[in-house]
Design a protein around this ligand. Structure first.
Ligand code: KPL
Length: 316
């Protein structure tokens, strides 16, 4: 099975690293400094402390900023995993469209709402799987990927149908790779549950400049996280998402404990002076809230503050 990972950053690095232990033929797509580091290999620091070095020869590397795709790469991948940031979804979807084989499919394992629509406009809903993960990782200045928390990876058809044989084979491969896949018959609900987690953790840890575990150490932060998460839950329920019964505090606590050592992706973005995913996280909750008549004041404040910090990089 030939699998491409588009956006081989922190989470994409974990996926590529795990899949390199299977028989899959791998293609990593990245750009800039990350692509340069990947040329010589991928270093993963596992949650248990072991260091794995995957040689650069283990995968084919595409630098998405370096000219047109090699002909041989076109229509060649059975599975294309998009794990890049939301602001790269358009560009990555176009690469996915070029490299996915006729019978292949694309999986989005990204934060926020709206990614699947962008990808589907390129490859069609029938060739798309939604996805969501609670694995956590961050990347250091030398490009080393620190896999800080083992979670799981949910995936499923957007229409809730059962996996076809190739999709089942892919799920087995993810299992062999140690990525704890779960096939979901309601992937949209899983994407919303992850959004609720992101709303609770990402902006607050990013603004405070703390690792995820601090939410359980600083009660004032915990209250803000829970409030933001409850708003997202109300919006999800108002928009018809079947969340079932969720104990919000317990659910958040479990994710915070399993990702305690992680620097949330939004904090990593702010530290590197990059644009964050605030628009597809709090921004998505606010706009869906407006659509369904649910007020989201906490998410509005968090969005404003993160935007302000993003802008502060341009001011003296
Ligand atoms: O998705 C994450 C992120 O960093 O964006 C969590 C699960 C919150 C882990 O940090």
């Amino acid at each position: 099975m030939r699998i491409a990972i588009l956006g081989t950053g922190s989470l994409g690095g974990v996926i590529a690293g795990c899949l390199s232990d299977t028989g899959a033929d791998l293609v990593c797509v990245s750009r800039g400094g990350t692509a340069e580091v990947l040329e010589s290999g991928l270093t993963i620091f596992t949650p248990e402390g072991a260091v794995e070095m995957i040689p650069g020869e283990r995968y084919a590397l595409i630098d998405s900023e370096k000219g047109p795709l090699d002909e041989a790469m076109c229509n060649s991948c059975d599975v294309v995993i998009i794990s890049g940031k939301a602001d790269s979804t358009s560009a990555l979807s176009s690469i996915a469209e070029d490299i996915v084989s006729e019978s292949g499919f694309v999986v989005s394992v990204q934060n926020g709402l709206g990614n699947t629509g962008i990808i589907a406009s390129r490859v069609g809903w029938d060739r798309l799987l939604g996805g969501s993960t609670t694995h956590s990782a961050w990347r250091d200045g030398e490009g080393g990927v620190h896999w800080t928390g083992r979670g799981n990876l949910s995936l499923g058809k957007m229409d809730g149908s059962n996996p076809n044989p190739t999709e089942s084979e892919f799920v087995s491969l993810l299992d062999e790779a140690g990525l704890n896949p779960i096939w979901s018959s309601d992937i949209l609900a899983e994407i919303w549950k992850k959004l609720m987690i992101n709303v609770a953790i990402n902006p607050i840890c990013a603004i405070a400049g703390v690792r995820n575990g601090a939410l359980l150490e600083i009660p004032e932060l915990w209250i803000q996280s829970i409030e933001a998460m409850r708003e997202a839950e109300s919006v999800a329920r108002a928009s018809g998402i079947e969340l079932g019964r969720i104990d919000i505090e317990d659910y958040l606590k479990k994710v915070v404990i399993s990702t305690a050592d992680n620097r949330v992706s939004m904090l990593q973005d702010l530290m590197a002076g990059r644009k964050t995913e605030i628009d597809v996280i709090c921004g998505a909750v606010i706009s869906k809230g407006q659509e369904f008549g649910v007020k989201t004041p906490r998410n509005e404040v968090l969005l404003a503050l993160v935007r302000g910090i993003e802008m502060s990089h341009n001011h003296d």
